[in-house]
Ligand binder design. Structure first.
Ligand code: HAM
Length: 418
């Protein structure tokens, strides 16, 4: 047996990992400005959590979960989390927040697992950065989340399209569901096997069928069935987004593949990607806390597909601010001692500082400095050390001059200012 990585799983090495970390870091910075606190939840949960929230008829639960029977838990079936929302809701209820302090805003970041058919932008382990807000039923909250996504887009220098829909609520959904069921029955002979299996239990799934696309397009639309409350919620949301200058389109086909949504649903795509172009998705799930055993509390959230945003950044070649890089080259033991001390001091400046292997020749170290893309090389040999100085080489301009060690930091800082 060859010890290679599994299909659909990735090793993220160097720049690839860095781009992911960059997206997460920018998203984290945004969370701070929106006063959203972090939540960390387990990677493993009982399968029932997903069956009762994501839904038995969803592709995720019916086909894609990694599950196993736990020896310790007397036959419990556990699942690697395919998404974050159910775990966050469970944790929120388990901490008693639904009753003691229902209005909460959380973000989470980490890997999710789905046994999907792998392709570019679709993996079996992928990273999500998600936000979940509880206790807010007002459309201003829906708007705030979409503005947040638009802020991230702007910060990253990307081009996103926001597509918005409303699925209605317990009042108006039954009529829409009945219309879909009727439509599905009328077109029974044209439906795929999955749609046959799911139509009676969950006719909404017909709308995100990847096979019956034409039928889905002509199917009844939830927007035509909204009750006055849901219509008002949706119209207010659209109005608030316009007021905030967020561009969006209404797409009645955004039903989402997960069962818990009601009212607002949205998907955000990036034109920089191929077929797997949904970079963010989410919506409102007002009944979910109650379904999972908590109080009747509203909820809404979204999750960013971190790899997909990283791919979009790569495709757009969006320029990313990077600190100038300095390679420290020391020749001989006394110089190594000085360079070790100096490296620590220079890291106090907005610089990336790397002390190169002290066992290599000057020529080999300069070659290495080039290879790692250093902007400057700081060279300290025995002669420089004796004069308490260093050679400062600008690798871009191929120029070099001697600088006294006590002026090196200010020289580098001066160079950064230009
Ligand atoms: P989702 O649409 O299943 O929603 O996933 C959200 C995002 O995760 C997708 O738009 C995509 O960017 C990324 N994603 C999903 N599957 C994969 C995959 N196999 N490979 C790479 N990226 C993927 C949810 O997960 C909901 N929990 C979102 C939510 C939060 N709704 C309310 N709160």
């Amino acid at each position: 047996m060859e010890l290679t990585r599994l299909r659909g799983f990735q090793d993220l090495i160097g720049p690839q990992a860095q781009t992911l970390a960059y997206v997460e870091q920018r998203a984290r910075a945004l969370m701070e400005r929106y006063a959203i606190g972090e939540i960390r939840i387990p990677l493993l949960e009982r399968i029932e959590l997903y069956q009762r929230s994501t839904g038995e008829t969803s592709d995720i639960v019916s086909k894609q979960m990694y599950t196993f029977t736990d020896r310790d838990e007397a036959g419990s079936v556990l699942a690697l989390r395919p998404e974050g929302t159910p775990g966050v809701v469970r944790a929120y209820i388990e901490a008693g927040l639904d009753r003691s302090d229902p209005e909460q805003r959380f973000f989470y970041s980490g890997p999710m697992f789905r046994r999907e058919r792998p392709q570019k932008g679709r993996y079996r382990q992928f990273y999500q950065f998600g936000v979940e807000v509880f206790g807010r039923a007002d459309p201003a909250c829906d708007a705030e989340l979409l503005i947040m996504i638009d802020d991230l887009r702007r910060d990253l220098g990307l081009d996103f399209q926001i597509e918005l829909n409303s699925l209605g609520d317990a009042t108006c959904r039954p009529a829409f569901r009945a219309a879909l069921l009727e439509y599905g029955r009328q077109h029974w002979d044209e439906l795929c096997r999955d749609c046959h299996d799911r139509l009676e239990r969950n006719p909404l799934r017909l709308l995100d069928c990847k096979i019956d696309v034409r039928l889905a397009e002509q199917a009844p639309k939830s927007l035509d069935y909204l009750c006055p409350e849901c219509r008002r919620h949706f119209e207010t949301l659209c109005d608030l987004l316009k007021a905030a200058g967020v561009q969006f389109v209404i797409n009645p086909r955004i039903v989402r593949g997960l069962d818990y949504y009601m009212r607002t649903t949205f998907e955000v795509t990036s034109s920089n990607l191929g077929s797997q172009n949904a970079v963010v998705a989410g919506g409102r799930y007002d009944g979910l806390v109650e379904v999972l055993g908590g109080a009747s509390v509203a909820g809404i959230g979204f999750a960013i597909g971190v790899e997909r945003v990283a791919l979009a950044l790569h495709a757009a070649r969006a320029p990313r601010a990077q600190l100038p890089r300095v390679a420290l080259i020391a020749l001989g033991d006394p110089a190594v001692r000085k360079a070790t001390e100096l490296a620590r001091a220079l890291r106090g400046l907005p610089l990336q500082v790397e002390l190169l292997s002290t066992q290599r020749s000057l020529k080999a170290q300069l070659k290495r400095a080039d290879k790692i893309g250093a902007n400057y090389a700081v060279i300290i040999g025995p002669d420089e050390l004796a004069r308490a100085a260093a050679q400062l080489r600008d690798l871009g301009a191929s120029s070099q001059r001697e600088v006294s060690l006590d002026r090196l930091a200010s020289e580098l800082a001066g160079g950064l200012a230009h």
